[in-house]
Design a protein around this ligand. Structure first.
Ligand code: NAG
Ligand code: NAG
Ligand code: NAG
Ligand code: NAG
Length: 306
């Protein structure tokens, strides 16, 4: 053997051999359950908070969709945070319909709040589904909000976009790699320039939204190609709306939440969607008033956990 080749061999041998002695830190509990560490992200049901930023304890705040703040939602087991963006005085905010109606503050502050929670909860994988109704620029506005909050270092970038439901890493792999936040945007994602904000509908379909029928009939409402429907993950928009004083502004009523957020109603909705998804449970169960009802219990049941 050429001396140089021997040198390389020795380096390879010793670096490989050395690695065997280094402790490999592996997460043993993922999103609260050891069973979830070895499960693909695409095969996990996550509890979601609709309009997560629109929280208020005040029953007169009609445009609220949640009662408890973001850290409390996460503490309750929410692992998908949904939010709607609007520009307000040149700054990207999360607002409900308009910032005059409900202003949840800047996107950057929101992301900093979530990052603080993630830093004290290192074994948790969190997903964002944000909407971009004003087609705000990804490189100029969205990316800086993520970067300046510090959360962008935690964002998972898939090797291919779109990635099939069956190809996602396990929760354990996401946690071990430190890339445990997945961010989707409903409109305008451009992964060539901003790789960490992913196009939602190429990988997730949704059933109809603004539902006013309590039986939640399921259909594939919003989706994008090229992947087949069954290669997408999917979200059920499980909130029941009422029209506020016939203004056309749809909000949800906390009085319905105990029933709507009950195990019976959620499982029935999931069962109605399963035939559209090769029998799979929903990946995301999006609820209003996540602190009311049995959302986490239903999600645990869908995950096959006791
Ligand atoms: C993890 O899952 C793989 C395949 O899904 C399986 O082969 C392996 O035994 C599992 N490991 C643990 C620790 O459960
Ligand atoms: C995960 O896989 C199991 C077994 O195939 C299935 O019953 C369950 O519905 C799947 N859940 C999701 C969210 O894909
Ligand atoms: C959204 O913005 C992008 C880039 O700023 C632009 O190319 C595109 O045409 C816009 N789309 C719509 C529907 O306005
Ligand atoms: C009624 C309802 O929950 N609708 C929401 C469904 O999800 C989409 C996007 O994630 C939201 O834009 C809807 O408001």
């Amino acid at each position: 053997m050429h001396p140089f080749a021997i040198g390389l061999f020795l380096v390879a041998f010793f670096s490989g051999g050395w690695a065997a002695f280094l402790p490999v830190k592996r997460a043993t509990v993922c999103n609260g359950h050891p069973e979830l560490c070895n499960r693909s992200y695409g095969n996990v049901t996550h509890l979601g908070a609709h309009d997560s930023f629109a929280f208020s304890e005040d029953p007169l705040a009609l445009a609220r969709d949640q009662e408890v703040d973001i850290p409390s939602q996460l503490d309750l087991g929410v692992r998908l945070l949904q939010a709607q963006s609007h520009m307000n005085d040149g700054v990207l905010h999360f607002c409900h319909t308009s910032c005059a109606l409900f202003d949840g503050g800047s996107v950057q502050d929101y992301l900093s709040t979530v990052l603080t929670w993630l830093n004290s909860n290192p074994n948790e994988v969190v997903t964002f589904i944000f909407t971009n109704p004003e087609n705000v620029s990804l490189p100029d506005v969205w990316a800086p909000a993520f970067e300046d909050s510090g959360i962008s270092d935690l964002l998972y970038i898939p090797p291919v976009v779109p990635m099939k439901q069956s190809d996602w890493p396990t929760l354990g792999d996401l946690i071990d790699s430190g890339k445990r936040v997945i961010a989707f945007l409903d409109f305008g994602a451009e992964t060539d320039s901003v790789p960490f904000i992913l196009p939602e509908f190429e990988m997730i379909w949704e059933d109809p939204f603004s539902v006013t029928d309590p039986t939640f009939p399921c259909s594939v409402n919003r989706i994008q190609g090229p992947l087949a429907t069954t290669d997408h993950m999917y979200m059920i928009n499980h909130s029941l709306d009422i029209d506020v004083f016939d203004t056309g502004i749809l909000i949800s009523d906390p009085e319905d939440a105990p029933t709507t957020n009950g195990v019976t109603s959620i499982i029935a909705n999931a069962n109605g969607c399963a035939p559209l998804s090769a029998g799979r449970a929903p990946n995301f169960v999006l609820l209003d008033y996540v602190n009311i009802g049995e959302g986490l219990q239903a999600v645990n049941q869908l995950n096959g956990l006791s």
